[in-house]
Design a protein around this ligand. Structure first.
Ligand code: AP5
Ligand code: MG
Length: 194
């Protein structure tokens, strides 16, 4: 099953992607995690993107699109994947369509996570700042990331709604377990149709 998660910073994409990955046995592909791994390993890529992530800006598409193309071409994605943090703008979404078309696959379901109260997102990220020490979980950088999401990424919900149809809105302001329950029900419906 090929699954895409869209939602603002702190809405729980990574949290839910891990649960989906464990339950359905498909890889969790997070562009942010790939970048953080490269930074931790001190690779050329890591050195290049480290200041960009720290500033909460988007890594240029010329770097991100090939990174995801490479990752999706690995054999472990054959039974499916859960994509988290990609695409983040229209150019990335178009590139994803092309990558999948080349191998005769499509996105089967898109989940759009909604947390109407921005303060709730900010609080979750402040809490994570203490737990995980992510350099981009500072008050100023959180604001910049959320603004970029609204401007560049949020419109993708509508993009997939018109192109794909199978877009499921999720009330992501509830408990981790409640959110996962709703996702699981939608995924069971997709499996039943397959
Ligand atoms: P990325 O790693 O994708 O981070 P992000 O978009 O900033 O999103 P977050 O990871 O902050 O949010 P999440 O929804 O995953 O929340 P989580 O589950 O952790 O990107 C980082 C950077 O990499 C970007 O800024 C950019 O520089 C670069 N990048 C990545 N992809 C790119 C791309 N495609 N193009 C260009 N650049 C790219 O949850 C947050 C916290 O809340 C956790 O502590 C969690 O425990 C808690 N929580 C989760 N769910 C709940 C719940 N239901 N109730 C209470 N607490 C909850
Ligand atoms: Mg995440």
């Amino acid at each position: 099953m090929n699954i895409l998660l869209l939602g603002p910073q702190g809405s729980g994409k990574g949290t839910q992607a891990k649960k989906i990955s464990a339950t359905y046995g498909i890889p969790h592909i997070s562009s942010g995690d790939l970048y953080r791994e490269a930074i931790a390993r001190g690779t050329e890529l890591g050195k290049q993107v480290e200041p960009i992530l720290a500033a909460g800006e988007l890594v240029p598409d010329e770097i991100t699109i090939p990174l995801i193309r490479d990752r999706l071409s690995r054999g472990d994605t054959t039974p499916g994947f859960v994509l988290d943090g990609y695409p983040r703008n229209l150019a990335q979404a178009d590139a994803l369509d092309e990558m999948l078309e080349d191998v005769g696959r499509t996105i089967e379901i898109v989940f759009v996570f909604y947390v109407p109260d921005r303060q709730q997102l900010v609080e979750r990220l402040h809490k994570r700042a203490h737990e995980e020490n992510r350099p981009d979980d500072t008050p100023e950088v959180i604001q910049r990331r959320l603004e970029t999401y609204e401007r560049e990424t949020a419109p993708l919900g509508e993009h997939y709604r018109t192109r794909l149809g199978n877009v499921v809105g999720i009330h992501a302001d509830r408990s981790v377990q409640d959110v996962f329950q709703e996702i699981s029900e939608a995924l069971s419906a997709v499996e039943a149709r397959a």
